[in-house]
Design a protein around this ligand. Structure first.
Ligand code: HSE
Length: 348
């Protein structure tokens, strides 16, 4: 039995707790069982079934040597990063759904994990429940991955679809996405493409050599300028406007970008609807592959978090360190474009 702590009992943390209760028998078979010993949260949970396990001081978890794995589902930069680093330095593996921390501090946290002989795992940081991180680092690692294209943000995909199919206003669709628990605490990270940019950086760091950060992106453009008219004009031409993240190896280095594109029917991304994400990966040996599933929401994201908890509890070998060498290309080649609602969109 592995004792764990959950830091942050929000949409994802709560779903992780529920999954560990619901599928306890499965985890017993996979890794001998998982027990939630502590829940770190500032809120008052007195009267709830887990009140006795709630602590609001991280040092309780740090001092308890019986806690081997900590799930960080707090979100945000600090204190999530400081708490994660402290846990790793205290000899505990950390698993997370926090893409902001992975993109910004992942290299430092992975270094600390290697030094302390523990794991820092982040399957849930990209694509919700889609098993993409382990796929890139494991199964596809025998390939030279040349290109990744994906719909990486459920909130914007949900909004664009509602605008297209129901003629919803941008504001109404955003409110719905927030009510469903898809949007970030500050939804401007979704709308302005920052969330998708963090995710494409994480994917590029798993697929190519080097650690890629937001500042390496050649372009980060969200959906704030996508008008109802552009969406309608796209529809009339058999196209769909989608927010697409791309990471591509060029002769001048890795080209990373996020921008709304006009997607042709023949493109797999055309049929990705609602909160679903889809990540298309091209490898030199395997050719084109695609990974599809719920990109946001508690239960799907919990599936990825719990898979990392089980991996950390099973003490598998640590992944190889990413090479420090990287080359970044910030010059996008002129692409085929289409004008919709007076705006120019890349046609893919
Ligand atoms: N706000 C994110 C999204 C949550 O909409 O995709 C999952 O990372």
């Amino acid at each position: 039995m592995t004792n764990i702590a959950i830091m942050g009992l929000g949409v994802v943390g709560g779903a992780v707790y529920d999954a560990l209760e619901k599928n306890a028998g499965i985890y017993k078979r996979l890794c001998g069982g998982i027990k939630v010993k502590y829940i770190l949260d500032k809120r008052d949970f007195s009267g709830s079934e887990f009140a006795s396990r709630v602590v609001n001081d991280i040092s309780v978890i740090l001092k308890d040597k019986s806690v081997k794995v900590v799930a960080e589902t707090m979100g945000g930069d600090r204190p999530a990063f400081d708490f994660s680093l402290a846990c790793i330095n205290a000899g505990k593996s950390v698993v997370t759904s926090n893409k902001l921390v992975v993109e910004k501090h992942g290299a430092e946290l992975e270094r600390a994990a290697r030094k302390n002989g523990v794991s820092y795992l982040y399957e849930a940081s990209v694509g919700g429940g889609i098993p993409i991180i382990r796929t890139l680092r494991d199964t596809l690692a025998v390939n030279s991955v040349t290109e990744i294209n994906g719909i990486l943000n459920g909130t914007t995909n949900y909004i664009l679809e509602k605008m297209e199919t129901e003629g919803s206003s941008y504001e109404t669709a955003l409110k719905e996405a927030q009510a469903l628990g898809y949007a970030e605490r500050d939804p401007s990270a979704d709308i302005e493409g920052l969330d998708a940019a963090r995710k494409i950086c994480i994917l590029a760091s798993c697929a190519f050599s080097g650690k890629y950060r937001m500042e390496d992106c050649a372009e980060i453009r969200g959906i704030t300028n996508v008008t109802a008219q552009s969406v309608a004009e796209a529809k009339a031409k058999g196209l769909k406007i989608k927010l697409v993240g791309t990471a591509k190896l060029t002769d001048n280095g890795a080209l990373l970008c996020v921008r709304p594109c006009a997607v042709r029917q023949a493109n797999l991304l055309h049929s990705v609807s609602g909160v679903f994400n889809c990540i298309c990966v091209k490898g030199d040996l395997v050719g084109e592959t695609a990974y599809y599933g719920h990109g946001a929401g508690g239960s799907a994201t919990a599936s990825a978090v719990v898979s990392d908890i089980v991996e950390a509890a099973s003490v598998r070998p640590l992944p190889r360190p990413a090479s420090a060498k990287k080359a970044v290309c910030k010059q996008k080649k002129a692409a085929e474009t289409v004008t919709l609602g007076g705006e120019e969109y890349e046609l893919i």
